[in-house]
Design a protein around this ligand. Sequence first.
Ligand SMILES: NC(=O)c1ccc[n+]([C@@H]2O[C@H](COP(=O)([O-])OP(=O)(O)OC[C@H]3O[C@@H](n4cnc5c(N)ncnc54)[C@H](O)[C@@H]3O)[C@@H](O)[C@H]2O)c1
Length: 302
Amino acid sequence: MGETNASAAPPLQLEGAVAVVTGGAGGIGRGIVGALLRRGATAVIADVEKAAIEAAVEGLSAHGPVTGHQVDITDEDAVATLADAVYDAHGRVDLLFNNAGVTSGGGGKPWQQEPNDWRWCFGVNVFGMAICTSTFVPRMIEGGRPGQVVNTSSGDGGFAPVPMASVYAASKAAVSCFTESLHHNLVSDGTALRASVFYPSGGLLRTGLFTAARNRPEHLARRGEATGRKSMTFDEMKAMLAKGGRDVTEADLDELGDFAVTEAAARRYIIARDLDHTVALLHRRADAIAHREIPPHHGMPL
Ligand SMILES: NC(=O)c1ccc[n+]([C@@H]2O[C@H](COP(=O)([O-])OP(=O)(O)OC[C@H]3O[C@@H](n4cnc5c(N)ncnc54)[C@H](O)[C@@H]3O)[C@@H](O)[C@H]2O)c1
């Protein structure tokens, strides 16, 4: 089912628009920032990693107006300060990309996950997204202008879990579920805002997600024994998938950013490429649910 007429909204004008991108200093977020700038938007990077912010601003400023703010999105006061700074500088926000995200560490068995694995992963992926939403969206609604909130989920959790990444999957299921509720409320309240949920896809994504622990705060470090699974590097994961006969073509992050920005401007609810396999999996999941059976997962080796 597509959008109902009540939720259909005219395309957003990107030329001159103001966009905030959390996690915009690296990986997928940096691709989004570059795409925004190439379309004539002003981009504000909100990221926790100072050196990456500086490199992104330096590397992208030739394409358009971009600023960077070092912000931990799990810190409500820091996000409030960011919002004040953005509104002082630009007077509005038209697009909010809640994109910053982390893993929960090395994964492992669900019962090996510590409270601190949950706190860190849900802190960034769920609470960080929620804090930015609660901070920016009321001001965006009050501004009365058309706008879009784009929450980055993952096929892992958003559609079906990868069982060895249980905490991450649970966090992304939360992002997808929350975004759907957000969209319905934005429509039913008669606002000019819409929400999108973004499933990065279209190949393997060589990003910093595999070294996300570089940003894990000391006070949320694991306390107990290791789970026996260390974080995989991107190349290790690629080699594992290749060994399993999977397609290991890498996606171009600039192209992915272009796609996400184009779809956000078109006010598309689901932003995703190459959905055929996912749709087939979702049909099989629905069939299993109808039969009161455990739904099939993404099929990665356990
Ligand atoms: N890489 C993939 O295969 C993949 C697949 C699906 C979804 N995603 C999602 O895409 C999003 C972007 O991840 P990526 O793959 O580009 O990884 P990445 O590590 O390259 O980028 C994530 C960015 O978030 C920032 N960040 C981390 N913690 C933060 C915090 N507390 N406050 C502010 N910024 C913080 C990091 O500094 C980094 O710049 C994440 O939400 C991730 O879960 C990634």
